[in-house]
Design a protein around this ligand. Sequence first.
Ligand code: LLP
Length: 425
Amino acid sequence: MDHFHYRDGQLYCEDVPVADLAEQFGTPLYVYSQSAFLGTFNALRSAFAAVDPLICYAMKANSNLGILRMMAEHGSGFDVVSGGELYRVLAAGGEAAKSVFAGVGKTDEEIREGIAAGILMFNVESEEELDAIARVAKEMNRVAPIALRVNPDVDPKTHRYISTGKKESKFGMDIDRALRLAESAVKVSSLSMIGMHMHIGSQITTVEPYAGAVAKGVEIVEKLRKMGHPIQWYNMGGGFGINYVGQEAKPVEAFARVIVPAVQSTQCRLAMEPGRVIAGNAGILVSRVLYTKQSGEKRFLIQDAAMNDLIRPALYESFHKIWPVSVPPGFPAPPVDFAAVPGAEPWDVVGPVCESGDFLAKDRPLPRLARGALLATFSAGAYGMVMASNYNTRPRAPEILVEGTTVKLVRRRETYEDLILQERL
Ligand code: LLP
């Protein structure tokens, strides 16, 4: 079910008209649907039930405290990649014991924080990192639980900026190197290797890359066990894609059909780190048209959300559906074919930032809109607000979490004072 839907030409988030939220909180504005977050979380839980999954929500996708609290209350663990993210998990009432600590560049301080908090395991990305974790654990008189991050060298067929499982990427270790390291780690008393980890990339829409990777994972788990490592966790990472344009992504059940039998054969528990699939379609960015203008043949819709609010189109040339919050007479309500809307003209949807890279869409068929009209940019729940900046000294947008008819402000709009708080004359 789509938790953002139109009734009588008006966009709703669950049971709340989006226009009312824009009125109350101003624009630009992020709006999230609680049912959408939890719907996918529960769908993952059931699809992977046979391997008793621990879902470590990849909070890098959306780390608002209100979201983390909701996820923790429903039993989620977390994938953290920094001391800051761990701090957020704990502040939101999440459990370190259900969380994994990933990232290619953990500092000693972050390793210490992870061990002190009782993190479930560190995903180890290099020989030197393994040494660092062993040393810090020894200093603390503790045994650090770890999983080796293995790079299975598969092509996830996604944007090159978000592809991570190929040999030439900076993530993880190639299989031979990882196995050599595992041999030497057997003797290290301050480490306990309880897992094997891989993450092949993000926005993966087909199951084939996973099929290739899991088969390699099964062999690796066997080899690690033969060396004497007590491997209990098969961590498949994240990466399940979502529908940005049409119906391009396979449902989570399809990924489960490929992953579950392989993990079952190892008798490991499955850990997973889904981010985008949980948060992506659970959020929209709402903006207001400031001006329209034409330059030669080009039409520009200048609205108050910018690249500092949602950088994905500028950074990855990514496509986000955009449609008016109130559908103008004569136009359809979604689902529409956004590539060719009858009666629509092509518009560049741009923001007020002083860069030609500041756009949310190019040549996008849209109805002609007047100043003050509201626009919704869809699939903005993941890698939206978390990648927002204060470029051009623009206060970051507020975030609203909707549950049925209940509206919760989970982050207020920044003020100008917030923006200069850390600075000194
Ligand atoms: N685990 C690891 C080790 C990761 O590096 C990532 C994402 C995830 C899990 C979660 O992946 P997901 O399930 O969300 O695909 N900013 C980019 C995406 C960067 C993804 C980075 N790593 C974007 O906006 O598309």
